[in-house]
Design a protein around this ligand. Structure first.
Ligand code: ZN
Ligand code: ZN
Length: 272
């Protein structure tokens, strides 16, 4: 549910990726408060991560969910931001992600001492493209925010990660000072289209196919168990539920008057 300005902002966020197969044009349901007539909008789209609109929607939603979960986890658990890096690879394939998830979950997270001390958290797979080699290589890594009973020294963590991964000891661990920033880092991978654009054009399709359908974000432990309440939006003024039109408007029908391009900043307000 968005305000008119948020809808315009999302529609203005168009990029070449809107032309990617599977990415459809969005449409809009208009809702109004039966009491005061205030209008709100639901923007339905393709749910493709390559679509700039759905991309922003997904990022906002994930972010707010994480914020809610964080507020439900007792303060006594230490919030730490961890990065675990895999060895550089020449390719990205679905097989890699499966293998890496296995390494991370089975050989690291469920092993001593983390099994007993880390009560839950969020993680995402992200990658960067190393441009300085003649042939690009990929650096796949995990961003992880965990709730833990104790703090680990980077050297210890590095040793444990090296044992789990078999060939990589590069890690980073830090205490979270700004929780919003840490949550943002975990869901940053959603801006996938940006990292794809950084790739040579001829390799883009290959890369998109490789990561299509891969689950890149997960919650685990206590973070997974937190129930996120579904709230139906009501009008702030009258506390009445919005009533939505049965027929959606296509965005072409939806008049978007001349409006300055909106630079989106996180957190994007989303009701879910
Ligand atoms: Zn109202
Ligand atoms: Zn879309």
């Amino acid at each position: 549910m968005y305000t008119i300005n948020q809808v315009r902002g999302l529609l203005n966020s168009q990029s070449p990726f809107l032309e990617y197969p599977g990415v459809r044009r969005p449409y809009i349901y208009v809702g109004s408060c039966p009491c005061c007539g205030d209008e709100r909008y639901i923007l339905k789209c393709c749910r493709s991560i390559w679509c700039p609109i759905c991309n922003l929607k997904l990022a906002g939603k994930t972010y707010h969910q994480m914020q809610y979960i964080n507020s439900e986890i007792p303060k006594k658990y230490i919030r730490q931001f961890v990065t675990l890096t895999f060895r550089n690879t020449a390719l990205i394939t679905k097989h890699f992600f499966r293998q890496y998830r296995n390494i991370f979950v089975k050989k690291f997270l469920r092993k001593k001492p983390f099994k007993k001390t880390v009560i839950g958290g969020f993680y995402s797979f992200d990658w960067t493209i190393n441009q300085w080699y003649r042939d690009h290589t990929f650096n796949i890594h995990i961003h992880l925010l965990w709730f833990s009973r104790s703090f680990y020294h980077p050297d210890f963590l590095s040793r444990k990660w090296s044992e789990a991964s078999g060939d990589s000891q590069i890690v980073d661990i830090r205490l979270v000072k700004n929780i919003d920033k840490a949550l943002y880092e975990v869901q940053k991978y959603i801006q996938a289209s940006k990292s794809i654009l950084a790739c040579e054009e001829k390799r883009r399709t290959e890369l998109i196919n490789a990561v299509q359908g891969i689950r890149r974000f997960s919650k685990f432990g206590q973070a997974y168990k937190v129930k996120i309440p579904k709230t139906k939006a009501t009008c702030d003024q009258c506390n009445e539920f919005y009533i939505y039109e049965r027929e959606p408007l296509h965005t072409e029908q939806f008049s978007v008057p001349e409006y300055p391009k909106v630079e989106y900043q996180y957190p994007l307000a989303v009701n879910f």
